[in-house]
Design a protein around this ligand. Structure first.
Ligand SMILES: Nc1ncnc2c1ncn2[C@@H]1O[C@H](COP(=O)(O)OP(=O)(O)OP(=O)(O)O)[C@@H](O)[C@H]1O
Ligand SMILES: [Mg+2]
Length: 321
């Protein structure tokens, strides 16, 4: 066996997941390094949950290699599971039990002593700001509070690797920020994390590196900053123009823009040109006789990358340079 535990917490090579004839994960390769937060981004149905379920040993690998802590997930699952914490996409708390009981039952799976379990549960309730709800039955909790409890529960065994499948879906802004802050703390204390998300803001804030998955394949990987620089540059200029003019606006701007994208009725130019971009484009559009209803210059973000890579593009393809 190759000892990868020193650097790679997870190693996937040619990883495939099939459901019947359908290949949900199509031979992907990636490595998660110790101490980093590794993000999986992708639209609905891309295969994110299928990937993480294999990592936490819930769903068998169809083929390819998958190692966690340097062990094959097939033969080493029991030992691996003791060292990971899991926040599944769908909450699976016991609805009949109280918040505290849910944590204690879970601690039992890891054979914590009663006093240890109680101490750990109390710490977790504090950490997730749930202490006041300790005696409440899960059935009576709001969806957001359940999510926080599910995240807390994943920490019961002080995992070295925390796997979070859309941890903040359904959370209000306060709770989302609380979770982000807690995840950062866990990262600072050395926890490795794998996180799937639809919130690009979340990925930018927390992930050190990420992969973008589309239809079971990895279409991009890098740091959030790299991906933004590479694909969309610094600025996005949103332009409102009559759809009949959109195509003519798409021509002849190669010297100014890096890429473009339609977003609903808007046309968006991505560029590194600098602060005079809007003026330059407007001047040229005017000369072409195209009227622009409005324009808005804003910094680019990971969402732009995501849309450009997985979303609709203008007819005739993208202007990638
Ligand atoms: N148990 C299953 N049986 C058959 N097909 C499945 C099963 N689980 C997932 N799939 C299919 O595999 C593909 C990937 O699903 P998966 O849940 O991994 O996507 P995802 O990226 O997590 O999506 P979402 O963002 O909606 O959570 C989808 O087409 C889905 O319908
Ligand atoms: Mg999913």
């Amino acid at each position: 066996m190759i000892h990868t535990a020193g650097e790679n917490v997870v190693l996937a090579r040619g990883l495939i997941k099939r459901f019947g004839d359908f290949e949900a994960v199509r031979g992907i390769n990636f490595a998660v390094r110790r101490g980093e937060c590794f993000g999986l981004l992708g639209p609905n149905g891309a295969g994110k949950t299928s990937v993480v379920r294999m990592i936490y040993g819930f769903s068998p690998v169809t083929s390819g290699r998958l190692e966690v802590f340097g062990r094959d997930i097939g033969s080493g699952a029991r030992k691996i599971k003791a060292r990971i914490g899991v926040v599944p996409q769908e909450d699976n708390l016991d609805p009949e039990l109280s918040v505290m009981e849910n944590l204690l039952v879970y601690a039992g799976y890891f054979r914590l002593r009663k006093d240890q379990a109680l101490r750990r549960a109390a710490e977790i309730l504090d950490f997730m700001e749930l202490a006041e709800r300790s005696e409440e039955v899960v059935n009576n909790l709001s969806g957001g509070l359940r999510r926080r409890l599910t995240i807390g529960r994943a920490l019961v065994n002080r995992p070295e690797l925390l796997i979070l499948d859309e941890p903040t879906t359904g959370l209000d802004p306060y709770a989302r920020h609380l979770v982000w802050q807690r995840l950062r703390k866990l990262k600072e204390s050395g926890t490795t994390m794998i996180l799937t998300t639809h919130y690009l803001e979340e990925a930018s804030q927390i992930c050190d590196r990420l992969i973008i998955i589309h239809r079971g394949e990895i279409i991009e990987e890098g740091t959030p900053r790299d991906l933004v620089d590479r694909h969309v540059g610094k600025d996005a200029l949103e332009l409102g123009v009559d759809p009949v003019w959109r195509d003519s606006l798409a021509e002849g701007y190669g010297d100014l823009i890096k890429a473009r994208q339609t977003l609903g009725d808007d046309l968006v130019f991505f560029s590194d040109y600098g602060k005079d971009l809007a003026e330059k484009i407007s001047e040229r559009a005017l000369r072409q006789g195209v009227s622009i209803y409005y324009r808005r210059l804003r910094p680019t973000n990971l969402e732009d990358v995501f849309l450009k890579l997985t979303g609709e593009s203008l007819e005739g393809g993208r202007v990638n340079k």
